[in-house]
Design a protein around this ligand. Structure first.
Ligand code: KG4
Ligand code: ZN
Length: 353
């Protein structure tokens, strides 16, 4: 471990209770995450009240463990996800950050969860601005031009279901457990006949960079209902794999089509961008990464993706952003101003033009 300042990151926006410590020299000193997947699986999705209560129980365990493993007097700031997310879950992380910061007399850095995902490929590397970014998570699908830290231009966004949400809902139609994305990816690998089903990607003939996945969801629903009706309410394993493959392909085609439009946009052309980032939970999907890699190769773009561990929610990316904000002294909140952190609108991080 280097002797540089340490930054603690705290993430509790949804169903992961996670804390991590990174040095300003980018050494990862500590990281631990409790996932609530096994709890929410029983309900087919995240139950907010249960999530908050579990965060509360796990946060105490994590802080005790942190104290056993890291000299917390070396902490120079605490970066905490303050928005967007489930309000009860966010509050557990924010209150833990405030309490620790008050005791240690160090500042709290308010972190936008999406901005945390943006830096996730750079947990152990310098961040290379400017870049084009595809954020695909359980709550968002966005294409963004990032000129520098905090200077973001939104090119396109979700108009109905987010990409991860679409994976999760299609998985439910196939009776697969929550979260559906990894399940669909695994099942699609088992397909024998790639051409039995085709689903049309949505809104791709349109010049908009915005995303729509609700039509794809409906196509899959109609197809599964039609097959089930003819087969005593049951799908065969091969049919499930074929549907998973075709749906994943339609999602990948949608993302690639929207990126193609973004690459032709005047904002992109004047930005001299050489790097593309995919981030958010769906960035764990190898099929999608392969399709986007082909687009990058044709357009001389270098693709950056987070390692699997940092694709889904984690505190290490929050601490990594904390390191950058510490360097630029962008605290947004100070320990003397104890009421200041409040969840704020997601679109506040984007430029209006
Ligand atoms: O970023 P994340 O952990 O949480 C949010 O901020 O929303 O993303 C979770 C989403 C879920 O919808 C999950 O199904 C999806 O990411 N996901 C995947 C994969 N792994 C996670 N989707 C497709 N393929 C995967 N391998
Ligand atoms: Zn996330």
């Amino acid at each position: 471990m280097d002797n540089k300042n340490l930054i603690l990151g705290i993430e509790t926006s949804c169903d992961e209770t996670s804390i991590a410590v990174i040095s300003e020299g980018l050494d990862i000193v500590y990281e631990k995450t409790f996932s609530q997947i096994e709890i929410h699986k029983l309900y087919g999705g995240v139950v907010p009240e249960i999530a908050s209560r579990d965060h509360l129980a796990k946060m105490q365990i994590l802080i005790e463990d942190l104290k056993q493993n890291v000299d917390i007097k070396r902490l120079k700031a605490i970066a905490v996800t303050s928005h967007p997310g489930l309000i009860g879950s966010l509050l557990v992380g924010i209150m833990a950050a405030k309490g620790l910061a008050y005791g240690l007399k160090i500042p709290v850095i308010s972190v936008n969860h999406l901005e945390g995902h943006f830096v996730s490929p750079f947990v152990t590397q310098e961040i290379k601005f400017p870049f084009l970014m595809l954020l695909v998570s359980g709550g968002h699908s966005q294409i963004i031009i990032a000129k520098s830290l905090g200077d973001y231009h939104l090119l396109g966004t979700t108009i109905d279901d987010a990409t991860g949400e679409c994976f999760d809902k299609i998985a439910r139609m196939l009776n697969l457990p929550y979260p559906g994305g990894p399940q669909i990816e695994k099942l699609a690998l088992q397909v024998k006949n790639f051409n039995n089903f085709h689903f049309k990607p949505c809104l791709i003939d349109n010049e908009t960079i915005n995303f729509s996945f609700s039509g794809l969801k409906t196509q899959v629903l109609y197809k599964t209902e039609e097959l089930k009706k003819a087969q005593n309410g049951l799908l065969t394993d091969e049919q499930k794999a074929e549907i998973a493959f075709a749906a994943q392909k339609a999602i990948a085609n949608t993302l690639v089509s929207k990126l193609k439009i973004a690459i032709k946009s005047s904002e992109f052309c004047k930005s001299e961008i050489k790097n593309l980032i995919i981030c958010g939970g769906v960035a764990a999907n190898q099929f999608i990464k392969n399709e986007i890699q082909q687009l990058c190769s044709k357009n001389n773009l270098q693709l950056h993706t987070p390692s699997l561990k940092y694709a889904t929610d984690n505190a290490t990316m929050i601490a990594r952003l904390g390191v950058e904000k510490m360097k630029s002294q962008k605290f947004e909140f100070n320990v003397d101003d104890i009421a200041a952190i409040q969840p704020i609108a997601t679109n506040k991080i984007f430029n209006k033009n």
